[in-house]
Design a protein around this ligand. Sequence first.
Ligand code: NAD
Ligand code: IPM
Ligand code: MN
Length: 351
Amino acid sequence: MTDHRIAILGGDGIGPEVVAEGCKVLDHLEQLENFTTERVEYDLGGRRYRETGEVLDDATLEELRGFDAIYLGAVGTPDVPPGVIERGLLLKLRFAFDQYVNHRPVRLYPGVSSPVAGLTPERCDFVVVRENTEGVYAGAGGRLYAGTAQEVATQESVNTRHGVERVLRFAFEQARSRRGHLTLVHKTNVLVHAGALWMETFEHLGDTEYDDVTRDYVHVDAACLYFVTQPERFDVVVTENLFGDIITDLGAAVQGGMGLAASGNLDPTRRAPSMFEPVHGSAPDIAGTGRADPVAAVMSLGQMLAFLGEDAAAARIDTAVGVLLGERGGSSGSAYSTAEVGDRLVELVAR
Ligand code: NAD
Ligand code: IPM
Ligand code: MN
């Protein structure tokens, strides 16, 4: 009997490279903390699509539903048209398993040099709670008169009261477990329909159920400014899907690079598996060079272990990453190879 069944989806580009390092670390954590996993690898992504014309068939999707968690590298490759793998695999999983929270910490570790001059770790420690199943990602809209001079393309944002309320509730709970402050990020001055639904629900929940949590609102353009100039403003940030996607790459830059940004696609109800992956993509520009930074993938593994209740193993990862980043210095994309970083993390988790 294994404790946790985990599906491993390396995906494309640097995805399999960084996930391999995460699995190396996991091997050692199992021994150190006395738990077991059964891991099943799935070869999904660009290569499979090119060979079979299939991205993710229904039978595989249902098989994945039976796991306790999914550990994913990255998907998307230049030799497949944009969107085919991204929508057909990654978004399909997020939607099918109703992983309505995308949990993305933004934290500057001691010793890491942020491109923001003078930024210190005490000033940069927050979490972005990104709505993960709605907005423009729902795919509503289409092309009228495609290819003609009269073409009109629309891409609508879907926001349901149910969807907005549940992710806001999660974010309020997060704030309660941290420093007690929640910031809604939106664009209510332009997106008046969706914005009103988000704002009213935010205010209502705050007044009726979470009056112990202080709250404020920041437009998404200003949020980009404050992420860089005043990250200490934030404790928990909650936002809709597309804004959350964009601002978390900015968050990654502020905390030292794409190689340091982790995420969890969560179904807090635990009816279906949650999925853990770095924020970054398949990085075709460095795939195969052995230079991808696996730290984000290992941090995502830490999120997964915490979600599975392996708190001691998750804590080992957090400590090891802290030590590694302190001794390595600089930022993501350092002088060390992918495997060297993984090997060092294996040593450090054992301490
Ligand atoms: P990207 O995140 O792959 O790369 C952006 C930049 O960051 C590149 O310069 C890359 O070299 C660098 N980078 C990313 N991860 C790194 C790491 N671990 N170590 C060092 N440097 C790293 O974004 P992109 O170039 O816009 O997209 C490439 C492909 O990935 C596209 O097909 C896109 O759709 C896909 N994508 C997938 C995911 C995902 O699977 N969750 C996320 C983003 C993009
Ligand atoms: C991410 C990625 C995905 C997103 C893409 C690949 C669909 O950018 O996980 O941040 O937009 O959510
Ligand atoms: Mn993204």
